[in-house]
Design a protein around this ligand. Structure first.
Ligand SMILES: NC(=O)c1ccc[n+]([C@@H]2O[C@H](COP(=O)([O-])OP(=O)(O)OC[C@H]3O[C@@H](n4cnc5c(N)ncnc54)[C@H](O)[C@@H]3O)[C@@H](O)[C@H]2O)c1
Length: 364
């Protein structure tokens, strides 16, 4: 952070709907900083993504990595276009490369429906869902140093990697979060330890680390059963920690329970760096139509403010995070603001305008 309480933010609009939700979020962040006072932002736009790859042959250029490394935080919208692929058939995934580059092992994905947004589950207890999925984000089935192989037309393989150092940091992160967040104080290991050695190892380390956190309960569930719990009795979950691929899938289920991808924020956190980005992708099916719901991006920006505030001891950044969340809650609270993804009329501009207007009014 610069001496004048200015946070330098590496800003990656990326692809598809990315640019549509980035600029207005930047504007809201500038406005909330001015409203709260005591801190500000220095924006560093960064190029990366599938469209960039199409022009330049690389999806994440060195100069963008450098800018991100020097920044206080990284705010990213979405990257990837399904028709832009490498020779082996895979897409470019610079948003995942950033996690490896900066050791962002903890993918934090809160599942907390916004009051006033149409509930997906009929059970009234679903209004009180408030839990966090921690997705391990630098190894598992995505481990970059154990790339898949393909043997001609006969066979293709992938390798799952679970290591002790990453597990220890990840589980400590999850237990600490459960300790701090004021929920039931319970961490659930979501794994498949009945079938895979890697998960038996994972679970062993999980219970070892649990011993260091008095007052936080530890339990476990197989991923298949846990998927059912997320739908049948999600109010019983507090913090769930899981492998990369499982977390990828389960967090989309969590997003659906909040109303859709446009409502689900996330953070990828490491020891030094962090990326904040909505759970969703570049949504090429709605790009350019003004239909994207920017709420997930706004809430990811609020997570960034919380993280910056905690890291730099900035009370003001924490206050700004709460103000942004309250503005979102109030904008949707009356039930009149219904986004396109839920069959309503509110597109990107309408949601931003509503949040901006409430942000100007809420106490900070
Ligand atoms: N973190 C990332 O950058 C990230 C994450 C997932 C997918 N991707 C990439 O994004 C591209 C599209 O992937 P996909 O279609 O599987 O997933 P997606 O999340 O982009 O879209 C899935 C569905 O959710 C809808 N949706 C997503 N975000 C929305 C929003 N803000 N408002 C309203 N509706 C929204 C889309 O219209 C689509 O119907 C692919 O290239 C994929 O690799 C990137």
């Amino acid at each position: 952070m610069k001496s004048n309480n200015t946070f330098r933010i590496a800003l990656f609009p990326g692809d598809g709907i990315g640019a549509e939700i980035t600029e207005p979020t930047r504007l809201l962040l500038d406005e909330v900083a001015a409203k709260v006072g005591g801190f500000g932002f220095d924006w560093a736009p960064c190029e990366a993504g599938a469209a960039y790859y199409r022009k330049h042959g690389t999806a994440l250029p060195d100069h963008s990595i450098r800018t991100a490394r020097e920044a206080d935080a990284i705010l990213l919208a979405a990257m990837g276009l399904p028709d832009v692929r490498q020779a082996d058939g895979r897409e470019m995934t610079p948003q995942i490369d950033l996690r490896f580059e900066f050791g962002l092992y903890a993918g934090v994905r809160p599942v907390k429906p916004i009051p006033g947004v149409r509930a997906i589950l009929a059970d009234p207890r679903a209004h009180d869902i408030d839990y966090v999925i921690i997705r391990e984000s630098i190894e598992g089935l995505f481990a970059p140093y154990a790339p898949g192989t393909r043997d001609g037309d006969g066979e293709a393989r992938e390798t799952m990697v679970i290591t002790r150092p990453v597990c220890e940091k990840l589980f400590d992160f999850a237990f600490k979060l459960a300790q701090e967040r004021g929920g039931e104080k319970k961490v659930t290991s979501v794994d498949k330890a009945n079938v895979f050695q890697a998960f038996a190892f994972w679970r062993e380390i999980f219970y070892e680390r649990a011993k260091g956190f008095d007052g936080v309960a530890a339990d476990h569930a197989y991923v298949d059963a846990f998927a059912m719990t997320m739908v049948q009795k999600p109010w019983t979950i507090d913090v769930a920690v899981t492998e990369n691929m499982f977390g990828d899938i389960l967090s989309d289920l969590g997003a659906a329970l909040m109303g859709g991808m446009g409502y689900a924020p996330s953070a990828d956190i490491g020891d030094e760096h962090a990326v904040f980005q909505p759970c969703h992708g570049s949504a090429p099916d709605i790009a350019g139509k003004g239909l994207a719901n920017p709420t997930a991006m706004i809430l990811s920006a609020a997570m960034m403010l919380d993280w910056l505030g905690a890291k730099h001891g900035s009370r003001e950044a924490g206050v700004a995070a709460s103000a942004m969340r309250r503005a979102v809650d109030e904008a949707f609270g009356g039930g009149q603001l219904v986004t396109c993804e839920l069959g309503g009329k509110a597109g990107t501009e309408a949601v931003f305008a509503a949040v901006r207007e409430t942000l100007a009014r809420v106490d900070a």
